[in-house]
Ligand binder design. Structure first.
Ligand SMILES: Nc1ncnc2c1ncn2[C@@H]1O[C@H](COP(=O)(O)OP(=O)(O)OP(=O)(O)O)[C@@H](O)[C@H]1O
Length: 236
């Protein structure tokens, strides 16, 4: 065992005293958080408190200025950019507020894309993409351009794209933020239902208590620190 290896089982993903600033603006101050495999966690907190920055650090998109991030028994923040990108492609899926689908591509292309960017062959990538679209009852949209979708349809396609690689963790940053509340609820039910079926961990940033209520656990970020909203104390 190397110094940078944790015994397994342990937390699947963990931030340890993570600090991160934008220039002189501190966004995270000793933020600590740990998530177990299969858990659905909601991160809440006021605007500007550091939620998105924490999500980006956990996902290995940002590297912390100080502190550590561990994933599946390995130190994530000290990996090279190339290794972190590879790990993100294979083990993580992402759902963003506005779907962020590629408008020049069809729905099926968008869902197949994470596989095509990895090492999956074209035929298999499209088979899997169509399989997910069937599962979501969206198959008839496969050849449409994403600009022709409603907001709710676009988020469902984004969920298919996030899950198509069979990720261990899905990061969702305000996934219902651009939707009306009924559509948002349906999108959340879909995401949570599929994650539970697949055993996928979900880390969800949201402002909406109703969305957070779908999670197994809620934490609050305030002034760059993670707290338990019920205990009002820092989370270990
Ligand atoms: N690119 C950036 N450049 C400078 N400051 C930034 C940048 N991104 C975020 N910040 C600042 O860092 C702090 C935390 O921002 P972050 O986006 O993580 O908060 P948040 O809780 O996700 O906010 P919101 O709920 O409004 O999306 C804020 O003070 C914000 O103004």
């Amino acid at each position: 065992m190397t110094v940078d290896a944790l015994p397994v089982p342990g937390p699947l993903l963990e931030a340890r005293s993570v600090e991160r600033s934008y220039g002189k603006t501190p966004a995270l101050r000793a933020a600590s958080l740990s998530v177990t495999a299969g858990e659905i966690l909601a991160i809440m907190g006021p605007s500007g408190s550091g939620k998105s920055t924490l999500l980006h650090c956990l996902a290995g998109i940002f590297t912390p200025d100080a502190g550590e991030v561990w994933f599946d028994g390995r130190r994530l923040d000290t990996l090279s950019d190339a290794r972190r990108s590879e790990l993100r492609r294979g083990a993580f899926g992402f759902v963003f507020q506005f779907g962020r689908l590629v408008p020049e591509l069809t729905v099926a292309d968008n869902v197949a894309l994470p596989l095509l960017l990895g090492r999956t062959g074209r035929k298999q990538a499209y088979q899997r993409a169509h399989g997910w679209l069937r599962r979501l009852e969206l198959e008839e949209l496969g050849e449409r351009r994403t600009g022709e979708l409603s907001g709710g349809q676009a988020q469902q396609v984004a969920i298919a794209r996030a899950l198509v690689t069979g990720p261990k963790v899905v990061f969702a940053d305000e996934p219902t933020g651009a939707l009306d509340s009924l559509t948002g609820e349906k999108v959340m039910e879909l995401l949570v239902g599929l994650a539970r079926e697949e055993g996928t961990t979900v880390i969800l940033v949201t402002h909406e208590p109703r969305v957070a209520a779908c999670a197994d656990r809620e934490v609050m970020v305030r002034d760059g620190r993670v707290t338990d909203p019920f205990a009002g104390e820092a989370v270990r």
